[in-house]
Ligand binder design. Sequence first.
Ligand code: GRF
Length: 203
Amino acid sequence: LKIGVLVSGRGSNLQAIIDAIESGKVNASIELVISDNPKAYAIERCKKHNVECKVIQRKEFPSKKEFEERMALELKKKGVELVVLAGFMRILSHNFLKYFPNKVINIHPSLIPAFQGLHAQKQAVEFGVKFSGCTVHIVDESVDAGPVIVQAVVPVLPEDDENTLADRILKWEHKILPQTVQWFAQDRIIIDGRKVIVKDATY
Ligand code: GRF
């Protein structure tokens, strides 16, 4: 499966995908990484692993539409079949999504629909929930609310702050995001409206 990954920052989820591919756990190839941030540490990770990375910044374009269309074009040129948002800090509109229908996925550090948007782990600590986690979902035009593919649950402990909770959640992000890429590679993802079924999944 040919994939593209969109990043804006640290890139630890990108690293998890690279590692899973290199170890043969995921049958995919990263055709292109796009960073909208020239300072993203994710770019260094690409260099280290010989993954092609392009910096495409919003400010290079007169409109969001042109920015999104350029990103889509670059991905299409590489034959990308699945787009993975891994800490990509921008909201994608129809002008991007129309090129990859039901083939854009995102990792979000909460059990959606709880705590959408920014600082999900802080929101969870402040709300006082006893469990949180992470979600891989299909990206549609809603923000952090598209059809759920898989979630992992972690406890929120009394002594947690947003950082300790974020660390606990991140370990699971690094498992369920590569796992989801592998399910797509195996053609096991069936989307029926809001319901996503993973063929032959054992839970
Ligand atoms: C992760 O917590 C992810 O869930 C959220 O942004 C963060 C990105 O981290 N969408 P990294 O860049 O993959 O290290």
